[in-house]
Ligand binder design. Structure first.
Ligand SMILES: Cc1ncc(C[n+]2csc(CCOP(=O)(O)OP(=O)(O)O)c2C)c(N)n1
Length: 690
């Protein structure tokens, strides 16, 4: 190959990204070659010339974030991670000597245990900032990153250190992301909040899986984004590095709104028979087409996974050198910052390492017994405020329901996050549950501890984001109130039935449904100590009695997921009453009634199946003894899954319809949720097993 000039070196690097992507997809016999081929110059220009990302330290806190929202184009990102020499980082935040993506991993693209899975996965491959693949998620998550960055700037930047936190967030998206409603929700909020640290790059190639976007997508995206309050700029040719360069400069100079760069491109650029066709979208080009394309690129036709001389060095001299200097300067600054602002520096460190500040729990309340009690949401509001006061980077809000979910931080310094005040800790997501879920993930990825809230019924609107929080193993906090037909008069549209079972079925997702105010305190303790798992806190709208813990067991049992709350005098129950949340006190009433009749019952409070299932067999057996087969479960929700604890012979009192619109008392009667009903069921169980 001829000796490369500067421009040739650019082209050489771009074509290396292209050919690596083509070869990897071909070797895997599956994947998406076309978009990495088209977007290679865009990603190259951004990474090589602008991105403040040190491959030697891919977790440097003030690094720019790059999000590949078109996750199917994963080979684009893997090629960059490899060519720029990004280092692997351990779970304990140590940078390891080895490459995050060695060439071997690219050769094993999409194979078992390869660092290059089909779509980019956070926590699996260092340098991947978020898991992407479900279209729209990446861009929406990027809004959370930018929002968290703006908050961090307001929190940590101080006189003499005005630019300590000033990272930018770039997200590369396509037609699919633009069509998903999620991106609209997220862009609307980002525009409203004037997040000028956010740049989306839209690959306007007019091709999706079914063919040309003309089948289903004809709106003027530029106008839409202008209406959202974005700065919109265009690049007419994805291969034009200078125009791309200018577009990124335009982004840098826009200080009052986010930027959308619309880039016209040709999918599978350079492929003589597949360029501009959906054939280049989801399948390999084929050996012959690869040869023809490489010929077009003036590339050795038979070479596979070729990285020509000079490519690694060129990236080292570009993004490598530039970012190394920036990173070193930043760490020098943080040293000075630590001497001037030790408390803030300590906060930043703890936050970045997902540690809790000393004294975070010092104001946690202890609720006295109270027959009238209070709603779960009410207790949670008190607890959340008690914690947030002592943990500056705990922040969040609601999808326009804070007065109902009780998630507002009410202490003086909390403030409201807005375009005019990035230091506020009360977020207003608007009626955008899905975007809220993704934004929480983005915030969590930047290591802010974020919570969002809404009605449990609307968790369905956010489900793809909830699922991703579990897949990414990030400790986002999802607060869901109005957790059952207990919402009463609002009726079936607002009465969650299958939502609990569905959340419990997400692997690695911790669901907590506390039974009274003191269980709420314990549930929050569990949540705050989670580092790699998201949690859903499920709370009632209606008041629940605060149980007398001198009479019944301590709420500390919450941390084990389930515990014996009330027992037979001799510890040898004949029948088990299993329940979560609002139905626990119902079981306690039934238990007292059964006691007067000489029936030995045990009440097991089961706020979290996931935590309970993680306990050893001995503990599980001590709470639900295998020998006691007379069992009744009670939950104001679908009975789906309860057979795991009741066995097939137990009785499951739950919901088998969508509920109805009526006062709660009437609903409880109609659907069989009364202490007398539970006691009857217990007796029927005993009659069966005796
Ligand atoms: C939520 C979601 N729906 C469907 C898919 C399946 N899918 C993957 S890529 C794609 C088409 C995307 O088109 P575009 O964004 O234009 O990407 P390009 O064809 O340019 O690579 C679809 C429908 C997905 N990944 N996520």
């Amino acid at each position: 190959m001829e000796r490369a000039t500067q421009t040739n070196l650019d082209q050489l690097c771009i074509n290396t990204i292209r050919t690596l992507s083509m070869d990897a997809v071909q070797a895997a016999k599956s994947g998406h070659p076309g978009t990495p081929m088209a977007m290679a110059p865009v990603a190259y220009c951004l990474w090589q010339r602008f991105l403040r990302f040190d491959p030697q330290d891919p977790i440097w806190p003030n690094r720019d974030r790059f999000v590949l929202s078109i996750g199917h184009a994963s080979m684009l990102l893997y090629s960059l991670l490899h060519l720029t020499g990004v280092k692997a980082v351990s779970k304990d935040y140590e940078t390891l000597g080895e490459l995050s993506v060695p060439l071997e991993a690219i050769k094993n693209f999409r194979q078992l245990d390869s660092r290059c899975p089909g779509h980019p996965e956070y926590r699996w491959t260092s340098g991947i900032e978020t898991t992407t693949g479900p279209l729209g998620q990446g861009v929406a998550t990027s809004v959370g990153m930018a929002l968290a960055g703006s908050w961090m700037g307001a929190q940590f930047n101080r006189p003499g250190f005005e630019d300590l936190i000033n990272f930018n967030v770039y997200a590369l998206c396509g037609d699919g992301c633009m069509m998903e409603g999620l991106s609209g929700e997220a862009a609307s909020l980002a525009g409203h909040l004037k997040l000028s640290n956010l740049c989306w790059i839209y690959d306007n190639n007019r091709i999706t899986i079914e063919g040309n976007t003309a089948w289903a997508f004809s709106e003027d995206v530029a106008t839409r984004f202008i209406a959202y309050g974005w700065n919109v700029t265009r690049v007419g040719d994805a291969n034009d590095l200078e125009m791309l360069h200018r577009a990124f400069q335009t982004f840098h100079s826009a200080t009052d709104r986010p930027t959308l760069i619309i880039v016209d491109s040709h999918i599978a650029f350079g492929s003589p028979n597949k360029q501009d066709t959906s054939g280049a979208h989801g399948e390999p080009l084929g050996e012959e087409e690869i040869r023809l394309t490489k010929r077009n690129y003036r590339w050795p036709e038979e070479a596979k996974f070729l990285i020509p001389d000079g490519v690694y060095d060129h990236f080292k001299d570009g993004i490598g050198k530039r970012s190394k200097t920036l990173r070193a300067a930043w760490f020098q600054r943080i040293k000075e910052y630590r001497t001037k602002y030790p408390d803030l520096a300590d906060q930043l460190y703890k936050m970045q390492h997902r540690q809790l500040p000393a004294g975070w729990d010092k104001d946690l309340p202890n609720f006295p017994p109270d027959a009238k009690g209070q709603a779960g949401r009410e207790a949670s509001g008190t607890v959340l405020n008690a914690i947030a006061k002592n943990m500056p980077w705990l922040m969040g809000g609601a999808a326009d329901l804070a007065p109902s979910t009780k998630t507002r931080l009410t202490f003086d310094s909390a403030g409201d996050f807005s375009a005019e005040n990035y230091s506020g800790r009360n977020l207003h997501f608007g009626v955008r549950e899905h975007a809220m879920g993704s934004i929480l993930n983005g915030m969590g990825l930047v290591k802010v501890r974020a919570y969002g809230s809404g009605f449990l019924i609307f968790s369905d609107y956010a489900r793809p984001a909830l699922r991703l929080s579990a897949l990414m193993e990030i400790p986002t906090i999802h607060i869901f109130t109005h957790d059952s037909i207990g919402v009463g008069e609002d009726g079936p549209t607002h009465q969650p039935i299958e939502q609990l079972a569905s959340l419990r079925s997400i692997p690695g997702f911790i669901v907590l449904r506390p039974a009274d105010a003191n269980e709420v305190v314990e549930a929050w303790k569990v949540i705050m100590n989670l580092h790699h798992a998201p949690a859903a806190l499920i709370l009632t709208r209606q008041a629940l009695p605060t149980l007398d813990r001198t009479k019944y067991a301590s709420a500390e049992g919450v941390k084990r997921g389930a515990y014996v709350l009330a027992d037979a005098g001799d510890g040898k129950p004949e029948v088990l009453l299993l329940a979560s949340g609002s139905e626990v006190s119902l079981c306690v009433d039934a238990y007292e009634q059964l006691k007067t009749e000489g029936i030995k019952a045990r009440v097991v409070s089961m706020p979290s199946w996931e935590l309970f299932d993680d306990q050893g067999e001995a503990y599980r057996g001590s709470v639900i003894p295998p020998s006691v087969t007379a069992r009744v479960s009670v939950e104001l929700a679908s009975t789906f899954g309860w057979a795991k604890y009741t066995g097939t012979t137990g009785q499951r009192i739950g919901m088998r319809s969508f509920g109805a619109s009526a006062p709660l008392k009437d609903l409880q009667k109609r659907f069989g949720f009364t202490a007398a009903g539970v006691a009857e069921a217990a007796k029927a169980q005993l009659a069966k097993t005796r």
